[in-house]
Ligand binder design. Structure first.
Ligand code: ZN
Ligand code: ZN
Length: 363
């Protein structure tokens, strides 16, 4: 063996040891990083360039059609909420990334956002184009809240405080690493913090935080200081994947591989439903690493092995350059392009519920 080759082998061994002994690579001296892209939030010049180009081009263009809304079926939702083991698996789109997921006898909310503005300020910042599909007082008692990250359109102080004060006691908040402290600052202590791939069980539902490709920060000084992620929710009758806010990456193939054992054909196959963002993607040069477009959303649907997907994170807050009504149109094109049946990746009206066939009823 040549000296060079020997040196190479020894170095490789040393590296392997270091990575086994050390913390996972997404931990960086008190901050966090993505698995597949070194993400540095773009600087002020890039932000100004984006905003100048948008102003010059008159973007985003006003939507031609309003985001569809319907009167929610509150009677059904409330009855189902109390059904315990007889609960029918269902998802109700409340708007943006907020979904009521009913599974395993639990009522779960993703990224609850009921406020008028996704902003630190009550008078400035993106405001809602649509009311929430259900107001907090119309919700059943919520057992579990999962938070994907701390951006204002996903973690809203007023909304989590309302939920913490609900009748019957606070829900359990499951959050990525670093966010427990923020909740404590809001007077909320019923919180479990997870690292990527860590899990927590509540009743019949197991919650696992998964990597996705994004970033965090609520001000200019706290970038990447708290973790972000998606969630896998496993109940006997339903497996759900909530992608949170994300760019496209190999993380989704990793998620499929990670859960392959528990989701094999014998146990009903992959996720029964994935909640995948389809909006906030333009301009691509600025957004690509942090927000998927519709085509990438369909790739996530395929990568995680979802039987069905619901498009979220659109039609509610005008955050980026595409029109509010464009994401479902682009989703339709993407489905055709990737040969995915319309029924397999759908959108709902704000307030609409989709009941899902229980896992065990399938082959
Ligand atoms: Zn975000
Ligand atoms: Zn977002």
């Amino acid at each position: 063996m040549s000296v060079a080759l020997l040196a190479l082998v020894l170095t490789a061994c040393a590296n392997e040891q270091a990575s086994v002994k050390g913390r996972a690579p997404h931990h960086r001296d008190g901050t966090f990083q993505n698995n597949y892209v070194e993400f540095a939030p773009r600087g002020l010049m890039a932000l100004l360039r984006w905003k100048w180009q948008a102003w010059r081009d008159g973007l985003p263009a006003p939507p031609k059609t309003a985001t569809p809304t319907i009167v929610p079926d509150l009677g059904w939702i409330q009855n189902n909420a109390k059904a315990g083991a007889a609960m029918v698996p269902a998802v109700t789109w409340i708007g943006h990334a907020t979904v009521l997921v009913q599974l395993g006898g639990l009522n779960v909310l993703t990224d609850p956002m009921f406020s008028n503005r996704a902003s630190p300020l009550s008078f400035l910042g993106p405001s809602r184009a649509q009311k929430p599909g259900l107001w907090p007082h119309e919700l059943p008692r919520i057992d579990l809240v999962v938070i994907s990250h701390n951006h204002y359109d996903h973690l809203d102080a007023a909304s989590v405080k309302l939920l913490a004060a609900q009748n019957g006691g606070p829900p359990l908040f499951v959050v990525p690493l670093g966010l427990k402290r923020w909740f404590a600052g809001e007077g909320i202590s019923h919180v479990v913090e997870l690292d990527w791939w860590q899990s927590h069980k509540l009743g019949d539902v197991e919650v696992v935080l998964t990597p996705v490709q994004h970033w965090s920060g609520r001000s200019l000084t706290d970038r990447m200081e708290t973790l972000w992620g998606g969630y896998a929710l496993f109940a006997p009758q339903l497996h759900v994947f909530f992608a949170g806010d994300t760019g496209y990456s190999k993380d989704f193939a990793d998620i499929r591989a990670r859960f392959a054992d528990r989701q094999g054909a014998a146990s009903g196959g992959g996720f029964d439903i994935a909640l995948v963002p389809i909006g906030s993607y333009e301009p691509r040069w600025f957004m690509r690493e942090q927000h998927v477009n519709a085509e990438e959303a369909v790739r996530i649907h395929l990568d995680v092995g979802a039987k069905a997907s619901l498009g979220i994170h659109w039609g509610t807050f005008e955050l980026t350059d595409e029109s509010l009504d464009e994401p479902p149109q682009k989703l339709a094109e993407a489905r055709r392009g990737l040969n995915v049946d319309d029924s397999r990746f759908f959108t709902l009206a704000v307030g609409q519920t989709r009941r899902l066939p229980p896992r065990r009823a399938r082959n």
